[in-house]
Structure formats: C-alpha cells, structure tokens
Write a protein that binds this ligand. Structure first.
Ligand code: MG
Length: 170
C-alpha cells in the first residue's frame, strides 16, 4: 500500500540522512542489489546477502531519524541475520522510522560496480524499495556507475553504494 504524502511539511520538520556501504565481490555468492538478483559470476561477501544498496539506504534512513546505524540494529554476530535477505532490514528500518513519526519524502542512491551493467535492473530495484517504504516509485532514485577501471570498484573487487534520504515529521 502506497501512502500519498499529502501533508505539507515545514522545513524545520525535515531531516536528511546519508548512508554508504562497501562489500568485497567474491565467486560463489549471488549478486543481489536493491533486493533484485542479478546474473553474474561474483557476489558480495557478507554476513547477510551483502546487498550494499539496501544497507546504504537503511543507514541513510536511520541517520535521518537519528536512530543509530545498521550495525546496531542488525549485528553481524547475530545468527538470525546470517545470509538474511537485506530487504528484511529495510522493512524493519521502515517500521522504526515510521514509529518515530516520520514520513519518507525521497531516497536517492548511487551504486558503483564495474560489471555487470545494472541499467536493465534499476527500475525493479526502485519499485521494490518504494513498495517496502510505502512511497510512490518516483520518490526512489537509483543510479549506477562503473569505477572507470580505477580503485577497488574499477578492478571488480568491490561493490559500493551511497544513499541520501529525506524524511519529515508528520
Ligand atoms: Mg553492508
């Protein structure tokens, strides 16, 4: 169910948050980004499914609401989060942000990965994130770029993601 966000918010009720994440890419792991499985020969190493995009969005939302960070809510020592789909983290973060009395205004993100090309998958990521956060799809932006052959992203050793989120008290 999608909320219509019909409130007029005052600027003093708005909060911005930033999140980022990086995971090493290794063979024999599924590549899941934005909750969407992408055919590729490597995937992120991590305690959960290693979905760097969703982890960055979780941190951006938690940061905006001053609710700590993803490591505090989903410790990587906890057996219940081992190989967990990160969409579960995002669902939980949404309930925390909503319980604190905030609406989500928009989320903007960038994924950095050398290969594969993510363009064919970006709209499905946006739809899944928007549905999980109960907002219209046009409030979620996902951009993808390569590392231009430089650094750990450019060498295909890592996937990185950054996200900003704007929320407002209702
Ligand atoms: Mg992570």
């Amino acid at each position: 169910m999608t909320k219509q966000n019909k409130h007029d918010y005052s600027i003093s009720s708005a909060r911005i948050g930033f999140g980022n994440d990086v995971h090493r890419l290794v063979p024999e792991r599924k590549l899941i980004l934005g909750g969407i499985e992408i055919p590729f020969d490597k995937g992120p190493l991590g305690h959960s499914d290693g979905d760097a995009l969703l982890h960055a969005i979780c941190d951006a939302l938690l940061g905006a609401a001053a609710l700590g960070d993803i490591g505090r809510h989903f410790p990587n020592t906890a057996p219940e989060w081992k190989d967990a789909p990160s969409i579960k983290f995002l669902r939980h973060v949404y309930t925390l942000v909503e319980a604190k009395g905030y609406d989500i205004i928009n989320v903007d993100c960038t994924i950095e990965i050398e290969r594969p090309r993510l363009a064919p998958f970006v709209d499905r990521m946006r739809e899944l994130v928007a549905e999980t956060l109960s907002v219209q799809t046009d409030r979620v932006s996902v951009k993808a770029k390569s590392g231009e052959g430089m650094g750990e992203v450019g060498r295909g050793e890592a996937v990185r993601a950054e996200a900003v989120a704007l929320i407002a008290a209702t």
